[in-house]
Design a binder for this molecule. Structure first.
Ligand code: NDP
Length: 287
């Protein structure tokens, strides 16, 4: 058996068309500002991709590049300016930040209404309670991909390997909301392979090339590979795609799986932020 490839690239293109249409029909120009501190080479590529897609959809895109040695006060100053800039609906602080900057504190400075990455504690709390304002883009992209391939989640055993705040934890909450039974694994998990082998749906987000081998997955299961690992000139996922695709029913490739879905879901969040702004402005006028 050869798995159905969950084609994130094609799915993201479909969603991009839908979003472009929406922006045109609603007559809005959503705006997003991306802040980059320093010269992290991966961040440069991610931002270039975000800018290209955003502009294709009709989103106004602003990039703010700060020097590696920028102080916390300078960064906070910029975030405050963007918080009160009416042209900007969403603010993205590109991670990782240089070590001298307190990532958690900086993320908290972004206004929750403009926190399109969904990393502000208020938005994470809302996600925990089941009524999120913004869902972090990677988990949202994964859920959207599963939904578009009509993969049912109710009652399924889901194993998420990786417990980061941007992928593993929010994703586990989303699966729970869809009535799946969820286990979260991490670097201290014992007998990981026994747990992953039980998964109807296995999501791997650890950042270790081809860490998940064929013997660790269940036959006919669904495997979602979030990992992006640069090995020489190649980009590799966290799962051994070549062998595992012979065993499972569905699998995401790397590249072309979760990555493109992440970017498009970020843009969807920006558009939703712009729509809320429009509604709020109308309500204010009516008062
Ligand atoms: P983090 O480094 O923040 O988290 C990694 C997680 O993996 C941690 O919870 C860690 O456990 C766990 N882990 C590490 N080694 C093992 C192991 N041997 N067994 C089990 N668990 C392990 O990573 P991110 O969540 O930010 O990213 C994960 C991967 O996904 C990276 O490759 C990243 O590049 C990629 N990524 C891809 C995106 C996309 O759009 N496709 C978006 C975001 C990330 P512990 O908590 O115990 O340390």
């Amino acid at each position: 058996m050869v798995a159905i490839i969950l084609d994130g690239k094609r799915t993201a293109q479909e969603i991009q068309k839908e979003l472009s249409l929406k922006v045109k029909e609603e007559g809005i120009i959503p705006g997003v500002a991306v802040i980059r501190v320093g010269e992290d080479p991966s961040s440069l590529i991610y931002i270039r991709n975000k800018k290209k897609r955003a502009e294709e959809v009709g989103i106004y895109f602003e990039e703010h590049t700060l020097k590696e040695n920028t102080s916390q006060d300078e960064l906070i100053e910029l975030i405050k300016k963007l918080n009160s800039n009416s042209r900007i609906d969403g603010i993205v602080l590109q991670l990782p930040l240089p070590k001298h900057l307190d990532e958690k504190r900086m993320l908290e400075k972004i206004s929750p209404e403009k926190d399109v990455d969904g990393f502000h504690p208020l938005n994470m709390g809302r996600l925990l309670k089941g009524n999120p304002l913004f869902i972090p883009a990677t988990p949202r992209g994964i859920m959207e991909l599963l939904s578009r391939y009509l993969i049912s989640l109710k009652g399924k055993r889901v194993v998420v390997v990786g417990r980061s705040n941007i992928v593993g934890k929010p994703l586990a909450l989303l699966f729970l909301k869809e009535d799946a039974t969820v286990a979260i694994c991490h670097s201290k998990t014992k007998d990981l392979d026994l747990i992953t082998k039980e998964a109807d749906i296995l999501v791997v987000a650890i950042g270790k090339p081809e860490f998940i081998r064929e013997g660790m997955v269940k036959e006919n299961s669904v495997v979602i590979d979030v990992g992006i690992n640069r090995v020489g000139n190649r980009i590799m996922g966290d799962v051994d795609f070549k062998r595992i695709k012979e065993k499972v029913s569905h699998i995401t490739p790397v590249p072309g799986g979760v990555g493109p879905m992440t970017i498009i879901m970020l843009l969807k969040n920006v558009i939703e932020a712009a729509e809320s702004r429009k509604i709020n402005a109308k309500l204010k006028q009516e008062k």
